[in-house]
Design a protein around this ligand. Structure first.
Ligand SMILES: *Cc1c(COP(=O)(O)O)cnc(C)c1O
Length: 421
């Protein structure tokens, strides 16, 4: 019998950990991951014949739900015309126009294949533009797996970060400084000491890789002001928030304009596309106009670009979708709070737009340290309860729950019932 367990065991022999991205292995909740056969709208089907309401949504891209008919039709049609040309296409222009329209801070944009590439390239560009080497990132923010970003904070005696992965030489992270998310003083101190050498501050405007932690009132504006003061490039990593919080992303939601933006996930409509862009004068430093090298054989691939274009066109045509997914997420957040009250367990729920996280802790979760106080064993129990009742949520505490347009009222209600169990 071909079931998830057997496929996982076989995969373990051929693929490290049996998976092509670590979180899929169910490492933090134990057990064996589900192998997925197909998905439609807000439902996902495993090879064992089970059906789930899906709140992972491929970790963010699935804002329209799975296999949206308009996207699938367009992709099918595009395939017939050829899979890749390695030459410019009108579609790349079309997607670039949709992106720059949605986010006016992006005057020029370059398409790449993953969020990792987008942040790596944005940082290289910011360095090339400023002629500076250092960058500041925030503890608990995730920007993909390029060497200089895989860091943990150094000890108090060390200001620069140390590698958080084997295989990353210490020399690759010595220009990365680590500040505390939602802590203005930690940024101010680093900038007072190193500001003249800091090329960029990169931030998830809403942290969504430590669980969901929205920025404190004024935090993003503070980052805008201090980067302007020091001539540092402000990069919003909107790989999750772009086209999700609003069509114009977190920068529209909070009204703060970064110099550069990275996009991924939704921008590819479920296919491997990401992007980085920003002010003309910065982006013109990128080759072939400028000296900052960056390239890609499959960048702007016509099939992936088609999926991105269709997805963005649908979102643009339906501004009411944002209200709908926000309301769905609010209902879920309320269900968590009600359950916690009834069962008398400490729980902190963060919800913003269609992103939410429930942390089992008595603390207010507004930074990385408070997020870490949540009871991950309790999360494991919760995860299996949800799964046993037909709800697929992230197999790890420090991830977001993603709500899509395809989540029906009935499915949201059903989910609320399971939460209350
Ligand atoms: C997912 C993610 C990335 C990395 O994108 P990949 O496509 O997985 O390389 C970067 N930044 C943020 C904020 C993300 O959530």
């Amino acid at each position: 019998m071909e079931n998830s367990k057997v496929l996982f065991e076989k995969s373990l022999e051929k693929i490290p950990g049996g998976v092509n991205s670590p979180v899929r292995a169910f490492g933090s909740v134990g057990g064996s991951p589900l192998f997925i056969k197909s998905a439609n709208a807000d439902h996902i089907y495993d090879v064992d014949g089970n059906e789930f309401i899906d709140y992972v949504c491929s970790w963010g891209p699935g804002i329209l739900g799975h296999a949206h008919p308009q996207v699938i039709e367009a992709v099918k049609k595009a395939c017939v015309d050829g899979l890749t040309f390695g030459a410019p296409t009108k579609k790349e222009l079309e997607l670039a126009e949709l992106i720059t329209d949605a986010m006016p801070s992006i005057e020029k944009v370059r398409l790449v294949n993953s969020g990792t590439e987008a942040t790596m390239s944005a940082i290289r560009t910011a360095r090339g533009y400023t002629g500076r080497d250092m960058i500041i990132k925030f503890r608990g923010n995730y920007h993909g797996h390029s060497d200089g970003l895989l860091v943990k904070a150094g000890s108090a005696a060390l200001t620069t970060a140390v590698p958080d992965s084997a295989g990353v030489p210490a020399s690759y992270t010595q220009n990365t400084l680590v500040a505390e998310y939602n802590n203005e003083d930690s940024v101010r101190e680093l900038m007072e000491q190193y500001g003249e050498n800091v090329a960029a501050i990169i931030v998830e405007p809403v942290a969504a890789n430590m669980g969901v932690v929205p920025p404190k009132e004024g935090f993003l504006k503070f980052l805008r002001d201090i980067t302007l003061k020091y001539g540092t490039v402000l990069i919003f990593d909107e790989v999750i928030t772009g086209f999700r919080l609003k069509f114009g992303g977190a920068q529209e939601y909070f009204g703060v304009k970064p110099d550069m933006t990275t996009l991924g996930k939704i921008v590819g409509g479920g296919m491997p596309i990401a992007a980085y862009g920003g002010k003309k004068e910065i982006m013109d430093r990128v080759s072939p106009t400028g000296p900052v090298y960056q390239a890609g054989t499959l960048s702007g691939n016509p099939i992936a670009t088609t999926a991105g274009i269709e997805t963005l066109k649908i979102l643009k045509a339906h501004p009411e979708y944002y209200k709908q997914i926000d309301e769905s997420a609010k209902k879920l957040a309320d269900a968590y709070r009600k359950m916690a009250k009834e069962k008398n367990i400490p729980l902190h729920v963060n919800q913003i737009g269609s992103l939410l996280s429930a942390f089992q802790t008595g603390e207010v979760v507004d930074d990385y340290d408070s997020a870490l106080t949540s009871d991950t064993n309790a999360y494991t129990e919760y995860f299996w309860k949800m799964l046993d009742n037909g709800i697929y949520v992230a197999p790890a505490q420090f991830e977001a729950m993603f709500v899509s347009v395809a989540h029906t009222k009935e499915d949201i209600e059903r989910t609320c019932e399971v939460i209350s169990l």
